[in-house]
Design a protein around this ligand. Structure first.
Ligand SMILES: [Zn+2]
Ligand SMILES: [Zn+2]
Length: 181
């Protein structure tokens, strides 16, 4: 299975830090039965911006990712520096269609600077790898898992991302073999 990975560029000064996308691509190939194709960056759709919340709508972003998937790319993961939300929640680290074609990961809340702390590139890359594998896991049909350490465990705080690993647990890995067989 090929998964396209690309940056969703923003007009604001919220670029995805260098090194994040290559780290995500490496994690995806190490942890999941996928091959990564690097795709050209796209501009984030302005219509996805919610001025009242000063955040971007993850469902609206996904729609535009879906509309722009090149031929031959069955699934794709967009990576953005802006903060994302879905209507039910104050924010999301990412969102993906279950067993679908499009997902998105935001690095906004993966950066220590977001919490008023000094930057930590190694920690940012570690978090970015886990969130990329998590959202791509959804694309491949994995649901949330309660096993401690499993990458498919739901994280609602950044500390929970730090507690889990970047690979699927044995039972999620078995499920992946079933769904990709
Ligand atoms: Zn999830
Ligand atoms: Zn699991």
């Amino acid at each position: 299975m090929v998964v396209g990975v690309f940056e969703l560029r923003t007009p604001e000064d919220r670029a995805v830090p260098q090194g994040v996308i290559p780290a995500m691509a490496a994690a995806l190939e190490q942890c999941l039965p996928v091959r990564v194709a690097g795709l050209k960056p796209l501009e984030i759709p302005q219509g996805a911006y919610d001025a009242r919340r000063a955040q971007w709508s993850a469902p609206a972003v996904l729609e535009s990712v879906l509309a722009s998937l090149p031929e031959g790319i069955p699934k794709a993961l967009a990576v953005t520096g802006v903060d994302l939300f879905i209507p039910m929640l104050s924010f999301v680290y990412g969102q993906a269609q279950l067993k679908g074609r499009a997902g998105v990961v935001s690095v906004a809340r993966l950066r220590q600077e977001f919490y008023g702390l000094p930057g930590n590139e190694a920690l940012l890359l570690e978090r970015a790898r886990k969130e990329a594998v998590h959202e791509a896991g959804h694309l491949l049909g994995l649901v949330h898992c309660s096993s401690p350490g499993c990458v498919m465990r739901l994280s609602v705080q950044v500390g929970q991302i730090d507690l889990k690993g970047e690979a699927p647990c044995p039972s999620c890995a078995a499920r992946l073999r079933e769904v990709s067989a």
